[in-house]
Design a binder for this molecule. Structure first.
Ligand code: COA
Length: 259
């Protein structure tokens, strides 16, 4: 499949998507969302891809929705503008393989929202993140008031959304917006090390973990525990479960086949 605004690379056991409009700081325009959506569809169908790394070309991860396109919105079209990007991000988050965002610079507005739709975030020391939509006279439209609140809590989310202030990488880590911070020169290497670690594990267990952790933001604790038990039972029926436990008992490395 041909892409014009992203680079899609398939590696051994994983894929890398690089947002690729560096002259516009990878601003998320309609074409980019379409490319991203199509790339995610490819990944959904390819069982050889066991993890995804998402990053940006140049000095930004993404500086937000494309303000030129955004400017054309009105009271009739604005909702669809928000819903399209939001749908693509929801599709990304629903992938049942680990998705790591390597935040290599600015992740603002839709860029911050895209990073938050990934399961894990690593940031470079020069990263700057935030929801500056308020400065444009709007609110975030791709989950900035929702996922940010779940990640950092109501008070901090309220502050960041209302002020539009950016936070640096260390502050982003302190508040729980990113998992780890690395020097710019190490970011991709460390991200790939994470990916190479997780692709050795059982894809069945990983998919169940992703589903179960995600369910915790939607369910009451007792329902979440019930959901976890149900997933546990399903995974106990897999060959990977037998292999993992047997490998432990036989003091050898497990070889997971994803069945
Ligand atoms: N949409 C469209 N174009 C964007 C963009 C966006 N969100 N963010 C940056 N660009 C474009 C700029 O217009 C500029 O294009 P040009 O060279 O054709 O003029 C190019 O990317 C480089 O950006 P520039 O502003 O010159 O870089 P900078 O290093 O001086 O500033 C930022 C970087 C991130 C602080 C600044 O670009 C910015 O504030 N961007 C908008 C952030 C935002 O409000 N995002 C939320 C959108 S809903």
């Amino acid at each position: 499949m041909e892409f014009t605004t992203i680079k899609f690379e398939k590696k051994a056991g994983y894929a890398i998507i690089t947002l690729n409009r560096p002259d516009k700081l990878n601003a998320l325009n309609n074409q980019l969302f379409t490319d991203l959506d199509n790339a995610i569809k490819v990944i959904e169908l390819d069982t050889d891809i066991r993890a995804l790394l998402l990053t940006g070309e140049g000095k930004a991860f993404a500086a937000g929705a494309d303000i030129k396109e955004l400017n054309a919105c009105d009271g009739t079209t604005g909702k669809d503008f928000s819903a399209f990007g939001s749908k693509v991000m929801a599709r990304l988050e629903a992938l049942r393989i680990p998705v790591l965002a390597a935040v290599n610079g600015f992740a603002l507005g839709g860029g911050c929202e895209l990073a938050m739709a990934c399961h894990i975030r690593y940031a470079s020391t020069n990263a700057k993140m935030g929801q500056p939509e308020v400065n444009l006279g709007i609110l975030p439209g791709y989950g900035g008031t929702q996922r940010l609140t779940r990640l950092v809590g109501v008070a901090k989310s309220m502050e960041l959304n209302i002020t539009g202030d950016m936070v640096g990488a260390e502050e982003a880590k302190r508040i729980g917006l990113v998992n780890e911070v690395y020097d710019e020169s190490e970011l991709i290497e460390k991200s790939i090390a994470f990916i190479e670690k997780v692709i050795t594990k059982s894809p069945i267990a990983i998919a169940a973990i992703i589903d179960s952790v995600r369910s915790s933001t939607k369910l009451l604790l007792e329902d979440g525990l019930e959901y976890e038990s149900q997933k546990f039972g399903e995974v106990c029926g897999s060959q990977d479960f037998k292999e993992g436990t047997l490998a432990f008992l036989e003091k050898r490395k497990a070889n997971f086949i994803g069945k």
